[in-house]
Design a protein around this ligand. Sequence first.
Ligand code: NAD
Ligand code: MG
Length: 577
Amino acid sequence: MENRGRRLAPAGGVLASLPMRGNTALKEGWSLPDWLDGRSIVLVGLMGAGKTSIGRRLAARLGLPFRDADAEIELAAGCTIAELFTRFGEREFRDGERRVIRRLLAGDQIVLATGGGAFMDAETRATMRRDAVSIWLRCRLPTLLRRVAGRTHRPLLNGDDPAQVLERLMVARHPIYAEADIIVDCGDDSPDATTTQVLDALLAHRPPRRLSLALSSASYDVVVGEGLIERAGALLAPVLPQKRAVVVTDATVAPLHLPALLRGLEACAFESRTITVPPGETSKKLATYETVVDQLLEGGIERRSAVIALGGGVVGDLAGFAAATTLRGLPFVQVPTTLLSQVDSSVGGKTGINTRHGKNLLGAFHQPHMVLADTGALATLPLRELRAGYAEIVKAGLIGDAAFFAWCEQHGGAVVGGNRAAQADAVMRACAFKAQVVGDDEREEKPNDGRALLNLGHTFGHALEAELGYGTLLHGEAVAIGLGLAFRLSARLGLCSGEDAERVVRHVAAVGLPAELHQLNRRLSAETLVSHMRRDKKMRDGRLTFVLARGIGRAFTERDVATEAVVALLREEGCTA
Ligand code: NAD
Ligand code: MG
């Protein structure tokens, strides 16, 4: 990203000579966080919250210019805000305010205090999201009352009882202020102490990362970071047509993460209700689908209400299919809580359920309005599930990004070991990879090099799942073994080096995933496995199709692999004839 504004001088610059107060975050060698990237800092909140007095102090400590939107408006209009209100009305005033704020934020980096109503304007909020970081100075009523007492230049007070007016404003505005990037609870401390608090919050803030998908049917962001579930209302409000949602989740995830999601929605005044299904693959069936649709309709869902899937790939596929079909399509949001769903199933718009004829045979493409991949949710995921999801991450590197595979070799241990930063990196890179593949082939129409490539390791994997019985082996575990087999098959066919294949097997084993068939401790017949492969729905004309590789990061689809080569490989791996 380009640096859009000026940065603070680092060590020994202006800041080093500023007075240090209390536990202020200001230290020598400190500079503005990189993620600000030259964008301005905007303070929002109700009248009396201290936007101007804190803003001025904050600007001084940061060495940035301070601007007060109200003062700028008065300057531009040549009269006071109160006069503007009486002369032209609130609407005119808001139009001017919107223009002034847009102009101020388009310029150099500043600290900007805004009037209490500015953030209520959707367009102004969009400007701030783009050009600034917003900080809500949240105060309790008694604090605000003390501060506004005796002031006469507040047009909204209008001579009415301040307590009543403020209470009314709180009800109306708090759910909107809650969309601010950072929220600071301000008490009755001195302005200097509060400024320190704001500064600390600014420095501690880690904005979520975003990946934008632009598909022909829809554009949406995959947002990756910690604590996103708790912030769901703030993140979703700008992209959903209304603040009404039905959350679909499973009975395992509900006690773990549903309360935070409902809190997050409530904070922004979303009306929501919940549908809970049993956990596990068996919920991806017609009967459960029917229950979900019934409950959506019984609750009187409207065209513009959203369905939010909170859970793993099962909930995502099921809720997504219900959203795709109910009332011919409802807005949909994915909040994936397994590693597999964060890196794979939540991105790309495939939804569906199983039938007795096979997996995922009834479905639809239905792109979400947003994907919130909260890496914090992974903390409660059993290690075995975490590892299974990791297999799909490794797969991304093996298909098309050798450098990413090398990254996996270095950091895979940290990812399955629970390191949040490594997990966020892995999710971002794997999603970026999937986004690129999906963007190229949204509806899986390319026979060879589009979404079909995502099946690397899956021909073997599906055969193993079918043979061992679904559920014995997790999908990702089956894929993990499949990745090694696909590379060994490629080596056997002279496409890649044996060393590449061994590198794959070594890495899969190193993170604790099953890497080779003998680890399954089962007598497996090569012929039986091959017959499962022939029944795979991705097969055409009965020929064996595999994703093979000319090396790490160089996968391609081969539609006509000789059965003998596959059987010979499987026997070498310990299968019987
Ligand atoms: P899952 O949804 O069944 O989740 C696995 C288990 O983990 C479940 O028991 C669930 O209750 C539990 N769980 C989920 N989040 C948790 C958390 N944070 N803490 C503790 N427990 C948690 O399975 P999955 O592996 O996420 O997804 C597999 C499904 O995804 C399959 O049905 C597969 O077909 C589908 N899938 C779809 C796509 C797609 O593009 N749509 C791609 C790949 C896979
Ligand atoms: Mg898969």
